[in-house]
Ligand binder design. Structure first.
Ligand code: NAD
Length: 494
């Protein structure tokens, strides 16, 4: 296991790419750039190209021409599988380098990026590579003398627009399934975290994936992201990010070519804790991880805890005691409990929620302070508010930071009503020792994933996504492939 010092040395060696990667190489973009700063120190890391509309067009044209050439889209399954497996191996070989890039760009604990994010992405590329030759098309029942084939065909050019909270994983969640079925991809990473995606594009070519299959265009949302959303030659746009920006992509599709749009958006996931929970102390650990892991910047962060009144006080104390293990520190230090918040602006936004909650009837149990360290004030203590009014801003809006809202309840019916009273429906967790209650609630809670006696479970093999304002479509699992293929019916009269 690497020490703090090892990671500091690894970070000192980091090379940050700044230009778009189009058609297999880094290219010049226009004059526009934006600053990439390390939130942990405020230091300027790089000046990154804002690719802009002309660059977006060049990237889409490169993707289209590679797609049309058939060098990937019509390549043999074995060719695609082997190249993707080689790509996965290269990602694994470069895990430390990529983990450092994410940590520097957006402030997460490098140990988490290295030990969790990277292995997940590597597995995901392997999973979809191995799926390539294991999914059959269909033959429909048709009258004698005819044959009806139902084929799954790649759609062409897939655009992916992703957020900053898991830069490598969000890339893998979109790129691996899209690429596996033969599409070419144009990916726009978040402006806060462009570096790992640009390096990964280079590794794809090194792995033998044909030039133009994976193009990465850094840039701002309102310029580069919008130009991609409006581009008339993009067939599918897969978006992960806020609900607010997700709405724009639906509009862009309507204003341009009716490209298919898939949205994975925000959440306000509830954790329902019942007095019959098997182990309340263990449940408090789940609650803590559910809100403080990755500084709370998790779409499915369980930011609302609904707890049965008879164990309410005890449970609040147990959760508050967990806060000590999540004290913010240098993201390059494996001993840090949390890293830095992605930017001073995001920290301001989090503190606005904290300040509003302080002025409300809610009770601050622990945390609530912004911290300055290493010349940066982008750190926030793990924070708990209790007795939060379920109609308040803190109970209803996504904070995307380490702030937990606890609300007591008296009956299962009340807990269920509170859980479902949300604009979101991404995930939910239930702590109970009752099998009947576990089944009842997992059936009735309106969320894409319900975890019983744990928090926020997910895997490469199970679908992940939401209902309502959390979007639609599913990442991960074989179901994600459906987003990147079209069904084609072929009739043969013989
Ligand atoms: P964001 O919506 O601000 O940005 C996401 C992406 O959209 C970025 O690449 C950004 O540059 C781009 N963008 C922003 N404005 C745009 C515009 N006007 N036109 C086109 N593109 C634009 O989100 P964020 O702050 O990067 O990430 C946090 C959000 O992502 C949270 O809401 C979180 O819940 C969500 N998220 C969801 C999932 C999921 O699987 N459901 C996973 C991770 C994060």
């Amino acid at each position: 296991m690497r020490s703090h010092q090892d990671w500091v040395q690894e970070a000192a060696k980091a090379t940050l790419h700044t230009r778009p990667f189009i058609g297999g190489r880094f290219v010049e973009a226009g004059q526009a750039t934006f600053e990439n700063r390390n939130p942990a120190t405020g230091e300027l890391l790089s000046e990154v190209a804002d690719t802009g509309a002309a660059g977006v067009d060049a990237a889409v044209r490169a993707a289209r021409s590679t797609y049309d050439s058939g060098v990937w889209s019509r390549a043999g399954m074995r060719f695609r599988r082997e190249r993707m497996l080689r790509f996965a191996d290269l990602l694994a070989d470069h895990a430390a380098e990529l983990a450092v890039l994410d940590s520097l760009d957006m402030g997460k604990r490098v140990a988490d990026a290295h030990d969790l994010d990277l292995p997940f992405s590597v597995d995901l590329f392997r999973y979809y590579a191995e799926a390539i030759d294991k999914i059959n098309d269909e033959v429909a029942p048709t009258p004698p003398g005819t044959l009806g084939l139902i084929r799954r065909v790649p759609l062409g050019v897939v655009a992916a627009v992703i957020p900053w909270n898991y830069p490598v994983d969000m890339l893998a969640w979109k790129v691996a399934p899209a690429m596996a079925v033969g599409n070419s991809v144009v990916l726009k990473p978040a402006e806060q975290s462009p570096s790992s995606a640009l390096r990964i594009a280079e590794l794809a070519v090194e792995a033998g994936i044909p030039e133009g299959v994976l193009n990465v265009i850094p840039g701002l949302g309102e310029t580069t992201g919008k130009a991609l959303g409006l581009h008339p030659d993009v067939d599918v746009l897969a978006f992960t990010g806020s609900t607010e920006v997700g709405r724009y992509f639906l509009q862009y599709a309507g204003q341009s070519n009716l490209k298919q749009v898939w949205l994975e958006c925000g959440g306000k996931s509830p954790h329902l804790v019942f007095a019959d929970a098997v182990d309340l102390a263990e449940t408090a650990k789940h609650t803590a991880a559910g809100i403080w892991f990755n500084q709370g910047a998790v779409c499915s962060a369980h930011s609302r805890v609904l707890v049965e009144r008879s164990v309410h006080e005890e449970f609040v104390s147990l959760v508050a005691a967990e806060a000590a293990s999540y004290a913010p520190g240098d993201p390059l230090d494996p001993a840090a409990g949390m890293g830095a918040i992605v930017s001073p602006e995001q920290t301001d936004a989090i503190m606005r929620f904290v300040d509003e909650a302080r002025d409300s009837s809610a009770r601050l149990v622990t945390g609530g302070e912004r911290i300055t360290r290493d010349g940066s004030d982008s750190y926030v203590q793990p924070t708990v508010f209790d007795d939060v009014d379920p109609t308040s801003t803190l109970a209803r809006e996504e904070v995307f930071g380490p702030v937990l809202a606890i609300t007591p309840f008296d009956t299962e019916a009340e807990a269920l009503a509170l859980a479902n009273d949300s604009a979101y429906g991404l995930a939910a967790s239930v702590a109970t020792g009752s099998l009947g209650r576990a089944h009842r609630l997992s059936e009735q809670i309106h969320a894409g994933t319900v975890t019983v006696n744990g928090v926020d479970a997910f895997s490469a093999w199970t679908p992940f996504g939401g209902f309502k304002g959390s979007g639609f479509g599913r990442d991960l699992s074989l179901h994600a492939l459906d987003k990147y293929v079209g069904l084609k019916t072929v009739w043969i009269n013989h």
